[in-house]
Design a protein around this ligand. Structure first.
Ligand code: PGA
Length: 247
């Protein structure tokens, strides 16, 4: 089975409602002519807007709890009830500023799978870890600790995003060789955790300073099935080039 290709725009905490609408309307025809599944990971308050315009929406996070007295939290049931089909899990900014661990990620992934939301599980090493030669073991731990308890039947529903922390928002991108090397390692690790078949069906996206200039080359790599794009997803022209770079 051919793996699905994705381009996910992670808006982070940016844009007003007016700006959000304008960007979505500009991008809609481009999304409709793209070969990739284009998904907008917007702030929670704009998700319904994305869906009403007829585009695919992803939350940037979700609660690890099902429902109840958790002020400020958004559950996967709520996301599902408004038509959201995806959620980013354990983005490095959540790990850094909100102390999210692999265990919390595991609980959130489980919430997603129970409510029909596809989790986009983010993993990746820091600069120090790469310099120390620990990048493979760090990513392996992130995958094993968050995914090992998942039900095999659900695993094709999981998307992995490899985002080296040193490449996020820094303008430093992993080279196509570095990215391909890690993506192939991630696929091998998924085969160990689940099975070869499941590993081969799982889309693995690259993220970290993807832009209009480097997307096409990254997308030629065998194990790169799309991109998770931050800064460049806020600019219509750049994001358009990126979504058309996926064949
Ligand atoms: P960036 O962000 O493209 O701005 O580096 C990527 C991300 O954080 O998902």
């Amino acid at each position: 089975m051919a793996r699905k290709k994705f381009v996910i725009g992670n808006w982070k905490m940016n844009l007003t409602l007016g700006e959000a609408r304008e960007l979505l309307m500009q991008l809609k025809p481009e999304v409709e002519s793209s070969k990739a599944n284009v998904v907008f990971a917007t702030p929670f308050v704009y998700l319904k807007e994305v869906i009403d315009i007829g585009l695919k929406a992803s939350a940037q996070d979700c609660s690890m709890y099902t429902s109840g007295a958790y002020t400020g939290e958004i559950s996967t049931m709520m996301l599902n009830s408004i038509g959201v089909n995806y959620a980013l899990i354990a983005h490095s900014e959540r790990r850094q500023y909100h102390h999210e661990t692999n265990e919390i990620a595991s609980a959130k992934i489980s919430q997603c799978l129970h409510k029909g939301i596809t989790p986009v599980y983010c993993c990746g090493e820091s600069k120090e870890e790469r310099l120390a030669g620990e990048h493979f073991s760090v990513v392996k731990n992130q995958l094993k600790q968050a995914l090992a308890s998942m039900n095999l039947v659900n695993t094709p529903k999981i998307i992995i995003a490899y985002e080296p922390v040193w490449a996020i928002g820094t303008g430093l991108t992993a080279t196509a060789e570095q990215a391909q090397e890690m993506h192939s390692f991630i696929r091998k690790t998924l085969a160990e955790i689940f099975s070869e078949v499941h590993a081969n069906e799982t889309s693995i996206l690259y993220g970290g300073s993807v832009n209009a200039g480097n997307a096409a080359q990254l997308m030629t790599c065998n194990d790169i099935d799309g991109a998770l794009v931050g800064g460049a997803s806020l600019k219509a022209a750049d994001f358009t080039t990126i979504i058309h770079s996926v064949q």
